[in-house]
Design a protein around this ligand. Structure first.
Ligand code: NAP
Length: 301
């Protein structure tokens, strides 16, 4: 029997595993993709204290090594269903069935899609959701980054060092990104800003050739080799809808103590209702959730 089953190995899940193992518990982490979650896509983590200049991928590997060294079991499989019977949680994956006393849902959130014609067709053929992963394919070429948040700003600056030309397309006149990032983008003469512009279509032949925008009701076509979509995150909590309360946006309702409305079920990191979604807040949630799961186990078993 698992003590804490952790669904998702981003900073929340991996920190929860570290805390769970240090509490002497039997911890199992389920991850269908690479450990690290959204952190993997960040070229440089600038606001996690003490790491210095470190990429998100490096921080992910460090956290992974730490939880494995402490003895957490990593199951590289996708969780397909979770149910609770008489206080025991049953977890189904493609490859097996597991039982656990508690669950910490730490599955994060996925990159939001634009939902315009051509986006899906050209996904992987010019449309990308990860500048760190795909940026080098466009060395010396043109790239459009869509979005006005931290991710879009960071990715535009990252691509400016690789591509010949970078456009930042944002639907409003002001960027949402933190001040220093927004300033760096606005000051960069390598990044051409197209503000007040809404993407309406991705155009291509075998691969992306352009993006069509609407600016004040007027269409404009910008030729490009790549389109990096950086328009935020969206939770994927459909499989938990029967056991956890979700808010209107699909996030799991849980407070700062990471407790959900169901005993023994916790939610940590980007997946829960919270005002701030950062690596450090996810890691903090992981610590809180594992500590409260430990308390729950001590009180009930
Ligand atoms: P975000 O902060 O939610 O920003 C999303 C951006 O995309 C916004 O500018 C939004 O426009 C725009 N947008 C949303 N839907 C759109 C659509 N359908 N069409 C066109 N534009 C659309 O997302 P993010 O930048 O990915 O960041 C996600 C979270 O991770 C945030 O909490 C962020 O702070 C955090 N993060 C932190 C760091 C860091 O600390 N270094 C780095 C990356 C991410 P509006 O502004 O008009 O709403």
């Amino acid at each position: 029997m698992i003590d804490i089953a952790i669904i998702g190995a981003g900073p929340a899940g991996m920190t929860a595993a570290i805390y769970g193992k240090r509490a002497g518990l039997n911890v199992c982490v389920f991850e269908a993709e690479l450990c690290g979650g959204q952190m993997i896509y960040t070229p440089e983590i600038e606001n996690y204290p003490g790491t210095g200049k470190l990429s998100g991928a490096e921080l992910s590997l460090n956290m992974r090594a730490q939880m494995i060294d402490l003895g957490a079991e990593l199951v590289e499989d996708r969780v397909t269903a979770v149910r609770e019977e008489n206080g025991i949680y049953r977890i189904s994956t493609f490859g097996g069935e597991y039982e656990s006393r508690t669950i910490i849902i730490a599955n994060g959130a996925k990159r939001r899609k634009l939902g315009v014609p051509g986006e899906e067709k050209y996904s992987g053929r010019g449309v990308s959701y990860c500048a760190v992963c795909d940026g080098s394919l466009y060395k010396g070429k043109t790239a459009v980054v869509v979005g006005g948040g931290n991710t879009a700003a960071e990715d535009a600056l990252y691509l400016a060092n690789i591509c010949e030309k970078v456009y930042l397309v944002h639907r409003r006149e002001e960027l949402r990104a933190e001040k220093h990032l927004a300033r760096a983008v606005l000051d960069s003469d390598k990044v051409e800003k197209i503000l007040g512009a809404t993407p309406v279509a991705v155009i291509g032949d075998k691969k992306v050739t352009a993006i069509e925008l609407e600016i004040n009701g007027v269409k404009r076509t910008v030729e490009t080799d790549a389109i990096f979509v950086c328009i935020g995150l969206q939770p994927e909590n459909g499989i938990f809808a029967d056991i956890a309360e979700l808010d209107a946006a699909g996030y799991i309702v849980a407070g700062a103590d990471c407790r959900t409305s169901r005993a023994g079920l916790f939610a940590a990191g980007d997946t829960r209702t919270t005002a701030l979604r950062q690596v450090i807040t996810a890691a903090s949630d992981g610590a809180v959730a594992a500590t409260n799961a430990d308390r729950y186990i001590k009180e009930n078993y």
